[in-house]
Design a protein around this ligand. Structure first.
Ligand code: THU
Length: 182
């Protein structure tokens, strides 16, 4: 460890006001993503993936939240694997749609990279206008597969009012934990 390189260890400057000034830097983080008003603006492959996520909501078992989430993973060979949230009376034993889809994809097509995942949700049967965003646990699982396959996974969040597309997991998970075991 090179102490001189750590600015916080450099003695602070004593200003006339009596306050100490440290050489801290405030940094800014920004991400690019695409927003579509309709699926018609998307590629046929992405349209099919969104349609699969919407269809997958039918597999939701959500007697507690009544929030139906559908997810669909597209593999690099074009295969689409659906998933839906599964709830349990012991709440933590349930699983989100995204992880249901990713684990099913990995279990049934081992070694085939994930290209994209689409997510759609409904509240008490009413399709959500705003896109539902994946929880932190699902983002971490996306990060794992992205790392494992060494290629970015696109994320498509589909609402009825707008659709958002992110080109890699890092964009929905800043400061991603990337010290993953291979
Ligand atoms: N849920 C998902 O399946 N995916 C998300 O992105 C957010 C939340 C599920 C978990 C639970 O079954 C229900 O939605 C309410 O939180």
């Amino acid at each position: 460890m090179n102490l001189e390189k750590n600015s916080y260890l450099v003695p602070p400057v004593q200003e006339k006001s009596g306050l100490k000034r440290y050489d801290m830097i405030t940094k800014h983080l920004s991400i690019d993503y695409t927003e579509y008003a309709s699926v018609d603006e998307m590629t046929p492959q992405d349209q099919a993936l969104v349609a699969a996520a919407i269809e997958a909501q039918k597999g939701s078992y959500s007697p507690y939240s009544h929030f139906q989430v559908g997810a669909a993973v597209r593999l690099e060979d074009g295969t689409i694997v659906p998933g839906a949230n599964q709830e349990n009376s012991a709440y933590p034993s349930g699983l989100c749609a995204e992880r249901t889809a990713m684990f099913a994809a990995s279990a049934t097509h081992p070694g085939v990279a994930f290209e994209a995942i689409a997510i759609a949700a409904s509240d008490h049967g009413h399709p959500c206008e705003d896109p539902a965003t994946p929880c932190g646990g699902c983002r971490q699982v996306m990060a794992q597969y992205q790392h494992k396959f060494g290629r970015p996974i696109e994320i498509i969040l589909a609402g009825t009012g707008k659709i958002q597309k992110f080109s890699k997991v890092d964009d929905i998970m800043p400061f991603i934990f990337d010290s993953l075991n291979d």
